[in-house]
Write a protein that binds this ligand. Structure first.
Ligand code: GDP
Ligand code: MG
Length: 162
């Protein structure tokens, strides 16, 4: 059993992926006291693999163009709680300055990082997937959390860690 934190800037699809990994088991999590809105924890299943997954959120709807400090603090906390971080970027939007902020947090924390380019369904995402290499965190796993694509590839990457 290991703990995986899904991190990344708002709107990249963290919660969509969390929900896909946790599915109906989220109901149990919501019953637990002390579960905050900003750091959700759930029992994930991917193939035969079972693990704990953490979703981060924090003032995601703030219209300010710079990343709220709260979001950074929550990410740092999630990184400390986790064995592995799944760093999501949005392949459709490409790499934005806020993505680099998260990459720096992960590097500074010496986190074990798996990079994933989400929203990668269709070839409109190809340029963004390629751009993700620029982050210097290795080859991105191509995912579509919404459509359930790339989940087998994610499993492949997680297997050796489990
Ligand atoms: P979060 O802020 O990182 O938790 O992102 P959400 O999970 O709330 O998703 C933000 C938006 O991206 C929502 O409108 C989702 O429906 C959309 N989204 C999530 N995953 C995908 C995907 O794989 N493909 C596409 N096209 N949209 C996605
Ligand atoms: Mg979210």
């Amino acid at each position: 059993m290991f703990t995986l934190a899904i991190v990344g800037r708002p709107n990249v699809g963290k919660s969509t992926l969390f929900n896909r990994l946790v599915g109906k088991r989220l109901a149990l999590v919501d019953d637990q006291p002390g579960v905050t809105r900003d750091l959700r924890e759930g029992d994930a299943r991917l193939g035969d693999l079972k693990f704990t997954v953490i979703d981060t959120a924090g003032l995601e709807n703030e219209t300010d163009d710079s990343l709220p400090a709260r979001m950074r603090r929550l990410t740092e906390r999630a990184v400390e709680m986790a064995d592995i971080c799944l760093f999501l970027v949005d392949a459709r939007a490409g790499i934005l300055p806020d993505d680099r902020v998260f990459a720096d947090i992960l590097r500074r924390k010496n986190a074990h990082v798996i990079l994933a380019a989400n929203k990668a369904e269709g070839n409109a995402a190809d340029a963004g997937v390629y751009e993700a290499y620029e982050l210097g965190l290795g080859e991105p796993v191509r995912l579509s959390a919404e459509h359930g694509e790339g989940m087998a590839d994610l499993l492949q990457v997680l297997m050796p860690i489990a």
